[in-house]
Design a protein around this ligand. Structure first.
Ligand SMILES: NC(=O)c1ccc[n+]([C@@H]2O[C@H](COP(=O)([O-])OP(=O)(O)OC[C@H]3O[C@@H](n4cnc5c(N)ncnc54)[C@H](OP(=O)(O)O)[C@@H]3O)[C@@H](O)[C@H]2O)c1
Length: 320
């Protein structure tokens, strides 16, 4: 690994030194609180269509060496992920598969059933990581904590039975994590949150770092909007890299797992070519300075905006 000083043992904002792993390639691993190893870079499949376009994109990613695949029941492509994995001829144990429980399936029994459906679609008998996708579900906001507690009881049971190697949450803010902590006997190993230079969720990040919860950054490219950000564009030009590479590298240097999404092979490849350069302190400070509080895609506590944003995102992407 060239020119990569400062990347091993990244310091968190609280000064805590994060696990001293040197990441030199997409399948280098972070170690979760239960000892399970997770490849630092995944292939994100939100809006990767369940058809030939999606299959070709995922097949290409696997050929490029991706082994960590991030899917979810709500992406409607778990069966496509299962097909392409099986077709690859690689052993199941080569892959790290994350899926996420769909919101309407929250609850004890419904989680157990939804988990079995996900396994069947994926053509596997275990998950590497299973996440509660969102803390609050539209229509049941007042009882979100009870629903999460019941869901987590099922997660713990599946984990103890060896059906899932690691369990976690997604889009949990500090008050959701505290709500979960009131009921959990096993702490979440992961929190997957929206994170990129313009939306850094610092309070949630600090909480997770203090509690040993591995962070994962979704929308590391800001869903594409960072490609027009003049500060990021100028930094990319100075470094001789492109904006996607700067953003992915930023997430990794923060100590996050990340999973940029693209349907296009050339972008999938370039977004993963981030191990031959480093962002120095000034570069990181510049990216840190772009933080805003409201540049989010979906806010976990603003369900009223949800439907509108989801339908706009789907319309823009062309994925139904
Ligand atoms: N836990 C959650 O609630 C949650 C929510 C959303 C996403 N996620 C996960 O995180 C992954 C990534 O997040 P995301 O898909 O929302 O956003 P993202 O990775 O930040 O951005 C994806 C968008 O950027 C475009 N893009 C990718 N590479 C590019 C490049 N080099 N140049 C220009 N444009 C580029 C893609 O278009 P093309 O495909 O046309 O290249 C796509 O429109 C998802 O796929 C999913 O696995 C999780």
């Amino acid at each position: 690994m060239d020119n990569n000083e400062g990347f091993c043992g990244v310091s968190s904002p609280q000064g805590r030194v994060l696990p001293a792993v040197c990441l030199a390639g997409k399948n280098d691993r972070y170690i979760l609180s239960n000892g399970v190893e997770i490849p630092c870079l995944g292939y994100g499949t939100y809006m990767v269509p369940n058809n030939k376009v999606g299959e070709d994109a995922l097949r290409g990613a696997i050929e490029m060496g991706f082994r960590h695949i991030d899917t979810a029941t709500s992406y409607h492509n778990e069966d496509m992920v299962g097909r392409v994995m099986a077709e690859s001829g690689l052993p199941r144990s080569d892959f790290f598969i994350t899926s996420k429980l769909n919101n309407p399936d929250q609850g004890y029994e419904s989680t157990l059933e939804a988990f079995e459906r996900s396994l069947a679609w994926l053509g596997t008998d275990y998950l590497d990581l299973y996440l509660i996708h969102w803390p609050r579900v539209a229509g049941t906001e007042e009882v979100w904590e009870e629903r999460v507690a019941e869901t987590w009881r099922a997660f713990e049971e599946l984990y103890r039975a060896g059906r899932i190697r690691a369990i976690g949450v997604s889009n949990f803010l500090v008050h959701h994590l505290e709500g979960l902590a009131r009921h959990a006997s096993i702490a979440p190993m992961v929190n997957q949150i929206e994170h990129n230079p313009t939306y850094q969720q610092r309070e949630t990040v600090s909480y997770c770092e203090e509690h040993g919860i591995q962070l994962e950054a979704w929308a590391p490219l800001g869903r594409g909007h960072l490609f027009d950000n003049p500060d990021v564009v100028a930094l990319a030009e100075r470094k001789g890299k492109d904006v996607g590479q700067i953003c992915v590298r930023y997430a990794l240097q923060k100590g996050f797992v990340t999973m940029p999404k693209s349907n296009r092979p050339e972008r999938i490849r370039s977004n993963s070519e981030v191990f031959d350069f480093a962002l120095d302190k000034d570069d990181m400070a510049l990216l840190d300075s772009l933080n805003t509080d409201d540049c989010y895609t979906f806010h976990p506590d603003r369900l009223d905006e949800w439907a509108e944003r989801v339908s706009r995102a789907h319309a823009e992407s062309g994925v139904a």
